[in-house]
Write a protein of this length. Structure first.
Length: 420
């Protein structure tokens, strides 16, 4: 089927009142070839564009023949296939709107959009929901009716439930009551502000930076902790951070009691581009540590992270072996820059007992507190700081590779009471 321009004009003007003229034009283009429609549209816009441009297949005077390539081969060759050179006046008045280009927002949807990275403060706010529901919400509700004796007792209970610890809780509440009397805090908002100040003070201003070697040798971080605390995962995430910042990393699989531990560390090495040194299952952990330092030196690595066997804190033999690994490393490298103890935030006060046992075996310089996002006991941060006097340097805020974050007391406290 081929629609001549005059037929198109007839449909648009007299015979197709119920049809949209633009749809008729488009249909003509699909069924009858593009030349007729080009002439119609060209004639419509001639006043804006100036002289006609020569279309492919047309002569210089605007004529030319539109030949069907998909119609019957025996179609008569008469004037019905000749593109008209003049367009009827009524057709020139046909309003043919410009078809817009694809909207930009649709084009954008076709491309992968990288989400904006969350700020550290936003990550603390989002990940502390469970502790906030226990502690922050309780404070608002307790003091909503005024500063009463019942409210103070309820605050003590909320702090203990959040694993701030009994001793630390009693000291905090006693100081809060004193300040509230002296400073005239008579409503919940005033007490909440005082509590924030006391928590910041309890967390102190300890140096939380991860120490690095001051000489030309590699920095050495020894990482230890009980099985299941997320120790090996923490090492992998540390390696990812260091590699991203342009430092070369060697990982030492000194947990030789579990084949799965070395395999897990190997996966992290592949993901982060770190070097890996491992030996057969059951090898002496101290020998792995010794060889790993030599390997880090020969590879000119900036950082050596040593993964040690997860051990129960009440197993004396295993704790003695941890001390041996540390001594072997120190003979080669001198005092280690960091000995990091990984604690699981969900274990609460049990983590304090674990930490005290590890302190007897090695000189712990910092705490990595994992699974903080999944715990309603985030107050363990305060208990660790006050009872052990060891700074919390790292916190796990989720399962993603970037969810191991430096601990910031200010952001932590604000996250506990956000959106209340």
């Amino acid at each position: 089927m081929y629609i001549h321009a005059s037929e198109l004009h007839h449909l648009a003007v007299t015979g197709g009142a119920e049809f949209d003229p633009l749809l008729i034009v488009i249909a003509a283009a699909v069924l009858g070839g593009g030349l007729v429609v080009r002439n119609v549209v060209r004639s419509r816009s001639r006043g804006d564009r100036g002289p006609d441009t020569v279309e492919p297949g047309a002569d210089q005077d605007g004529g030319g023949t539109a030949t069907r390539t998909d119609g019957p081969t025996d179609a008569p060759s008469d004037t019905s296939t000749q593109a008209p050179t003049d367009t009827p006046a009524d057709l020139e008045d046909l309003d043919v709107p410009t078809v817009p280009d694809t909207p930009a927002e649709l084009l954008d949807d076709r491309l992968p959009v990288e989400p904006e990275p969350l700020s550290l403060g936003e990550r603390f706010r989002r990940r502390l929901t469970r502790t906030r529901n226990v502690l922050g919400s309780s404070v608002v509700e307790l003091f909503g009716g005024g500063v009463t004796e019942e409210a103070w007792e309820g605050l003590e209970e909320a702090l203990i439930t959040a694993d701030v610890g009994v001793t630390a809780t009693m000291e905090l509440v006693e100081e809060l009551r004193r300040r509230a009397r002296e400073e005239g805090a008579t409503n919940g908002d005033a007490v909440l502000e005082l509590l924030k100040q006391e928590l910041r003070g309890a967390l102190g201003t300890a140096d939380r930076e991860l120490a690095r070697a001051s000489d030309d040798g590699p920095t050495v971080w020894l990482v230890t902790g009980v099985n299941g605390t997320g120790k090996t995962t923490t090492i992998g995430k540390l390696a990812a951070v260091e590699q991203r910042e342009g430092r070369s990393v060697t990982l030492a699989a000194a947990d030789t009691f579990r084949a799965a531990a070395a395999e897990q560390l190997g996966i992290w090495a592949e993901r982060t581009g770190a070097q890996l040194l491992r030996k057969e299952e059951g090898a002496d952990p101290a020998s792995v540590a010794y060889e790993s330092y030599d390997a880090a030196v020969s590879r000119d690595s900036d950082l050596l992270i040593v993964d040690t066997a997860g051990r129960l804190h009440n197993k004396r033999q295993l704790m003695d072996e941890l001390g041996k690994v540390k001594r072997v490393l120190e003979k080669q490298a001198g005092p280690l820059e960091e000995t990091i103890l990984v604690l699981d935030a969900t274990t609460g006060q049990n983590g304090i007992a674990q930490a005290k046992a590890f302190l007897e075996a090695v000189d712990v310089t910092g705490i990595a507190l994992t699974k903080l996002d999944g715990s309603s006991k985030g107050g363990i941060v305060v208990a660790v700081q006050r009872e052990l006097e060891i700074p919390v340097k790292l916190v796990g805020l989720g399962e993603e590779i970037d969810d191991l974050a430096p601990f910031d007391p200010e952001l932590f406290v604000e996250g506990l009471f956000a959106e209340l």
